[in-house]
Design a protein around this ligand. Structure first.
Ligand code: EPZ
Length: 428
């Protein structure tokens, strides 16, 4: 097991480069199953969720080769069975995308009920609704979702609410279906647009990605291409908040400023200076941070994936801030860890009330999920003293070389192997 050890209180200074977007990459890597020729993906982030997706493809018979750092060649023609290995599929939420892509290619799919970060109940009823509308049936057999269709016929799909995964899975299942599909009340996240651009580059016919209505005309063949994945707006936002929390001055390269608009607006609201360039943003703080209220919403609203990180910043802002997470039922588990560092936060259901404190103090804490772990890193960087963060495997699911990137900004952070058999196990 590994942990991060951070000696905090140092302002982050310098430049950092953002990697490819995790939530675009997991969808696009799964989508390679639909490709009738080999294809090459660039800007593939080196994170454990992507490593797992590639392991799944290899286990199913695909040829996956590292061309060079962050560039991978996929040839999925060797896949003959629509069965994802159970133990690999059950650990990730993104494994649900193999349902849509295998159904799209084989008209059948067997995928374990998805796992991933515990953020509350995360059903896939909307995903299954989309598949049924296209002519598929589904059953739960020994913990696996088994979807099957004699053939997939284009149809109308109306989601009950914005669902990123549901929208992505509907696209994956419809892109080679017979006829036209209209998907309404779609999610509009940048990674959905990136998936549609990837598929259209191969010859698909998908219009309207990034809006409420996506129209798809089924095609028979998708040719091989080379495609660069978009930069990760949540990784970028995380470094923006870390720069602000440490009162540093950081240039964040390889970003799409438009994807950061809601994060930039909130940072400016609390007194952080954000300078936007074509493909970078500069973040620095000159005075005290002030309170604000945040409500997470589907894109283009404030992203739920930035809620733990921004809440951590607000623990250092003057006044009382209110944070409401409208997307997930239980995304405040990190608050108990922040309290160990002196934060003054109370949580009531989906709402956190944050009283600003002058400073945080280093302490031994745990990462409770991916973005909560990022919040712990930010807290440790800003705190006085030493912070140790265990369960960093959560963080490594979505942040490429986070300790190296932070060391490049002057942070005192080390990854340490924990082999002390006496180390305390978190109880409960
Ligand atoms: C994706 O999760 C992301 N994961 C999440 O990122 C992100 O927080 C979320 O979208 C919202 O932006 C990946 O892309 C791999 P949803 P997903 O379907 O698809 C409920 C991170 O930190 N819902 O938009 O699961 C669901 O429970 C991760 O990178 C249903 O009820 O999100 C949630 O409350 C965490 N039924 C809400 O809708 C369904 O069929 C939004 O979920 C589907 C979803």
């Amino acid at each position: 097991m590994e942990k991060f050890v951070i000696h905090g209180g140092k302002p982050l200074k310098g430049e950092v480069t953002i990697s490819g977007a995790k939530n675009a990459a997991v969808a696009i890597v799964a989508a390679t199953i639909l490709c009738d020729e080999p294809c090459v993906l660039e800007n593939v982030p080196e994170i454990s969720d992507i490593t797992m997706c590639m392991k799944i493809l290899k286990a199913m018979g695909a040829d996956v080769q590292l061309v060079r750092k962050n560039v991978v060649r996929f040839d999925t023609r060797g896949i003959t069975s629509p069965h994802v290995p159970y133990e690999m599929a059950r650990v990730m939420r993104a494994s649900s995308y193999f349902l849509g892509t295998l159904l799209g290619r084989f008209h059948e799919a067997y995928v374990a009920m998805p796992g991933g970060c515990y953020l509350g109940d995360r059903p896939i009823d909307q995903h299954l609704k989309a598949f049924r509308n296209l002519g598929a049936t589904d059953e739960l057999e020994n913990g696996e979702v088994h979807c099957k269709a004699d053939q997939l016929i284009g149809s109308q799909i109306y989601f009950d609410f914005n669902t990123v995964g549901g929208t992505i899975n509907a696209i994956l299942a419809a892109v080679k279906a017979k006829g036209r599909t209209i998907i309404e009340n779609c999610a509009k996240e940048p990674h959905i647009v990136d998936l549609a651009n990837f598929l259209n580059s191969m010859g698909a016919d998908i219009r309207g990605a990034g809006t409420d209505v996506i129209k798809i005309k089924g095609v028979d063949y998708l040719k091989g291409i080379t495609y660069p994945i978009i930069p990760d707006q949540i990784e970028a936002g995380t470094y923006m908040v870390a720069a602000a929390a440490t009162k540093g001055d950081v240039l964040i390269n390889n970003v799409i400023p438009k994807h950061l608009e809601s994060i930039t607006a909130k940072l400016r609201k609390v007194g952080v200076t954000v300078e936007e360039n074509d493909e970078s943003v500069r973040v620095h703080v000159d005075g005290a941070l002030t309170k604000t209220s945040i409500k997470t919403m589907p894109h283009p609203g404030f992203p739920t994936d930035m809620q733990p990180q921004f809440s951590t910043l607000l623990t250092l802002a003057e006044g009382t801030s209110i944070v409401t997470d409208e997307i997930f039922d239980n995304r405040f588990r990190y608050v108990a860890e922040l309290r160990r560092m002196g934060a003054d936060i109370s949580v009531d259901g989906k709402v956190a009330i944050i009283q600003g404190v002058g400073k945080l103090n280093g302490a031994p804490v745990a990462a409770t999920d991916l973005r909560a772990g990022a919040a712990m890193v930010i807290a440790g960087l800003a705190a006085e003293g030493t912070t140790e963060i265990t369960d960093i495997h959560y963080i490594q699911r979505g942040y490429e070389c986070i300790e190296k990137k932070l060391q490049g900004l002057g942070a005192d952070i080390k990854k340490v192997i924990v082999n002390d058999p006496q180390s305390v196990k978190m109880s409960g």
